[in-house]
Design a protein around this ligand. Sequence first.
Ligand SMILES: *Cc1c(COP(=O)(O)O)cnc(C)c1O
Length: 225
Amino acid sequence: MSIASEISRIQAELKPFSTRLIVVTKTRSIGELLETHATGALDFGENRVQEMVEKQALLPADVRWHQIGHLQTNKVKYIAPFIHLIHSVDSLKLLTEINAQAKKNNRTIDCLLQMFIAQEETKFGLDKGELFDLLNDPSFAELENIRIQGLMGMASFTSDQTQIAREFQSLQAIFQELQKEKIGESTGLVNWKELSMGMSGDYLLAAAHGSTLVRVGSAIFGERK
Ligand SMILES: *Cc1c(COP(=O)(O)O)cnc(C)c1O
């Protein structure tokens, strides 16, 4: 199966849900990224800053780069000039640094807040209480060069579809509450628009639970080495 046929198959599956595909290109070669770009897919997800920066320099300028992995504060400056969306914001400290680097580059950087939904110790993210604390912190309202566009979450690493569905359901419920109550919107910095959840093994389940963005790698390129 070619990259192009896998991408068009997945896009066709997602279409009834209006869910958009982010092609997760981490560990893939420049040749594979160029082949992806040639299909017209422009949203690329990477989880390591150095790898993204190296690839960004070699790919056409119309690629929209998504930071999907954990981001260290001291690395923000390298992606601030071009990043399209940072999915993995899990602290006010990180958000403050993103704001500072966005300002330096004369731009506004779109971000998602990463929520912890898995039954695992290893996953990053905020719980609901921490999310509200962040949004209600007086210093949050001063971050004029960031925009919160929604939430991101990663389900547990399990083949138990019932458990994954439960975790997606819990994130969707929080997202809908934020939308309904317009939480944080009075700051002018928040727009509850995007819900980033779902990967190769569960993107259709995620789409059925209201995901607007799925992050898919191995279903397109094969298993990572
Ligand atoms: C690697 C990765 C993905 C894609 O995983 P696949 O199983 O290859 O689809 C999605 N989201 C994040 C945060 C990742 O690190």
